[in-house]
Design a binder for this molecule. Sequence first.
Ligand code: URA
Length: 231
Amino acid sequence: MRLDKFICKSTELSRTEARRVIHAGEIIVNGEIVTNEATQVHENNLITLAGRRLVARPSRYLMMHKPAGTLCSNVDGVYPSLFHRLDIDRADDLHIVGRLDADTTGLVLLTDDGRWSYHITHPDSGCNKVYRVTLRDSLTPDTAQLFNQGIRLQGEAKLTLPAQLESVTPTEVLLTIVEGRFHQVKRMFAAVGNKVVSLHREQIDQLRLDVPVGEWRHLTAEEVMSTSGQP
Ligand code: URA
């Protein structure tokens, strides 16, 4: 990870304060003064500040049940940020793994581990995201096959990757996708002439949402490992 991030993860310093001590030449990495905050370091490196070895706090992994009318953002906008519900130390260090729209409900993952979130969100990882979708119009018989073949979203050249559609009722479906393009589910149904009325993410890979609306919990080490074999 970057040196400034490492300093934040191993001290109580903010990112700005971490950069100040780095620029001041107070950080020594494996015996050498390092003044570039972007230097890549490993947790096994011997990194000291004022002669004391710094040890990074372990990464954190959470699931939250996002209510409708909240924003997957660190700051408030038209709606309040999801972060208001996170009664946890240093919540600002966490980021959301694959945002949901303000009106979408369901499973949101949060972490400070960039590698883990990259793995979950990157389409090449093949990490499944399962959405329960309520539709305005009944599902047409060809939609599952079209979604499986790939859909051309408005304004995009590249087809969507194969998606699986399971009908629950004529107007309720479970859709499994591996990508996370902007408004992807809503745009997929728009592309076949339908409209999403409500959207709820209930699963990411092996992780099924199991906390009440608005609440959160830490993931277990097994859950973190099982999520696409990372970290
Ligand atoms: N697809 C959407 O259209 N919206 C979301 O919030 C998530 C996936």
